[in-house]
Design a protein around this ligand. Structure first.
Ligand SMILES: NC(=O)c1ccc[n+]([C@@H]2O[C@H](COP(=O)([O-])OP(=O)(O)OC[C@H]3O[C@@H](n4cnc5c(N)ncnc54)[C@H](O)[C@@H]3O)[C@@H](O)[C@H]2O)c1
Length: 321
């Protein structure tokens, strides 16, 4: 897919990943950011206020009429708007159905009505569930997500595939590992930094030691990989894993955060005790490492490993605003 001189609708543009994506896209494209500011913040795109190539529309993707109106001005969609909180699905079973699946259906149907053929979608490693195939390749199947969030992302991928085949569209879906970096507003690194700012002597950690073991990757790698994969997508319905090439556990993350914050002898208070479940919550995958062979074979690799990504993120989060 071409990424130059396009008119692109970016949903979730005022969010963590969306705002970084917009920074990259505005260099060569016109971008309409579309965000209801539920977890996103205007401040994250404030620096683009005087940018001719950017405009922010504060609206909900569940508002189909407004979506139709904005799509009339576009020829491509990056769909990032979602409820990204995996935990919430165990308490509220409707939220991911509405915010992720119905929202994605609205996007696709508005694209169909406006004859827009190209969509890029931010999926997730959670579509794989708890697999023993590590590193996990894109063509693993059948997929068995263990969270309602993971199942919603897989459902979105299925909807995208069916719309592509029925209405002559093309798509690239990116199954991300955990993305970290400046402007993040959720996730384990952000959570630890916030907790330790409040109390530098003790850190509450969800689960049992040493916690889950997962791959973390830096936001610049995320945006770079997503743009590379979009430009190099070969199939009508394309999937790419994106992450770093290693994984670390939650205890290692806590150690990196404490070191970067200059804190010694912090007491780790594991919520599940020392022998309990390593998962932090119901639906939390215990081991995640994605195979990057597919995108690497096309010529792209991430620049940071998991530990570097966490350390850089802590430093960025501690910078004065
Ligand atoms: N951060 C990660 O580690 C990660 C990993 C895998 C996948 N993803 C996916 O990447 C995308 C971006 O995630 P993020 O980490 O930047 O989260 P985020 O919460 O910072 O961004 C989501 C954005 O979507 C907006 N939004 C939510 N519901 C909306 C609605 N109904 N209408 C309009 N806007 C709405 C929010 O206000 C927010 O700005 C999401 O689809 C998420 O599921 C993120």
């Amino acid at each position: 897919m071409k990424l130059k001189n396009r008119k692109i609708l970016v949903t979730g543009a005022a969010g963590f990943i969306g705002s970084h994506l917009v920074d990259a896209l505005v260099e060569e494209n016109k971008v309409i950011g579309y965000d209801n500011l539920s977890s996103g913040k205007k401040e994250l795109v404030e620096h683009l206020e005087d940018e001719d190539n950017f405009e922010l529309v504060v609206e909900d993707v569940l508002n189909k009429e407004k979506l139709d109106e904005e799509m009339e001005r576009c020829d491509m969609v990056f769909h990032l708007a979602a409820d990204p909180d995996v935990k919430v699905g165990a308490e509220d079973t409707f939220v991911h159905l509405e915010q992720n699946i119905i929202a994605t259906y609205n996007i696709l149907d508005a694209m169909r009505e406006n004859d827009i053929q190209e969509i890029v979608f931010t999926s997730s490693s959670t579509v794989y569930g708890e697999t023993e195939v590590i590193p996990t390749p894109e063509d693993l199947g059948p997929l068995k997500p263990i969270s309602l969030y993971g199942s919603s992302k897989l459902s979105c991928e299925a909807l995208i595939s069916s719309f592509c085949h029925t209405f002559d569209m093309r798509s690239a879906s990116f199954r991300f590992a955990n993305v970290v970096g400046p402007r993040s507003t959720h996730g384990v690194t952000y959570d630890f930094v916030e907790k330790l700012k409040d109390d530098p002597t003790e850190l509450e950690i969800l689960g049992a030691p040493p916690g889950t073991t997962k791959s973390y990757f830096y936001i610049t790698d995320c945006i770079d990989g997503m743009l590379f994969g979009t430009r190099n997508a070969e199939n009508i319905v394309e999937y790419f894993n994106l992450g770093s090439e290693d994984y670390i556990n939650v205890k290692q993350i806590a150690d990196i955060v404490c070191e970067e914050m200059g804190l010694k002898d912090v007491e780790y208070d594991w919520t599940a005790g020392s022998e309990g479940d390593k998962a932090g919550w119901k639906g939390d995958v215990k081991t995640m490492l994605l195979s990057l062979e597919k995108i690497k074979n096309l010529g792209w690799s991430p620049k940071h490993d998991s530990a570097e990504s966490i350390a850089k993120t802590v430093r960025a989060l501690l910078e004065p605003k």
